[in-house]
Design a protein around this ligand. Sequence first.
Ligand SMILES: Cc1cc2nc3c(=O)[nH]c(=O)nc-3n(C[C@H](O)[C@H](O)[C@H](O)COP(=O)(O)O)c2cc1C
Length: 131
Amino acid sequence: MSELHEILYCSVLSPSEPPLVVGQIVGQARARNAEHGITGLLVFDGSRFCHHLEGPSHAVDMLMKRIADDRRHEDVRVLYSGHRQERRYKRFDLGFAQSEDPDDMAGVHELEGTQALERFLVLRPGFDING
Ligand SMILES: Cc1cc2nc3c(=O)[nH]c(=O)nc-3n(C[C@H](O)[C@H](O)[C@H](O)COP(=O)(O)O)c2cc1C
């Protein structure tokens, strides 16, 4: 299998968007990600997003450009970008979790690079993922 690319980015829901829009984003993303071999987990705490995504390099790069241009969120910052041989997410085209503790996502947003990724991965088992 060719090398995979993984990205962890964070962003903030645009003030003009109702939180309801998050459900629409996830619904559309699931179908598209399945088509393009993209897996990952999107966590939302009511205002902040953290999204960890992985897949073939070209597909991930194209998707990241579309996400960065999406006006439904702002302050899009890539915290970690790297390569892997194996997927971390096997079940999900896009897992989604609502984080109940605002400190969780705030903590990841403050970090960068491998520290941000490691923090996210430590929190991951505690998320109630619905897929
Ligand atoms: C926080 C957030 C996460 C998103 N995640 C994905 C995703 O995983 N897959 C996807 O196809 N689109 C995702 N989108 C939507 C894309 O930004 C974009 O609207 C969608 O891919 C359609 O792009 P197009 O209108 O240029 O065809 C996400 C948007 C936001 C705001």
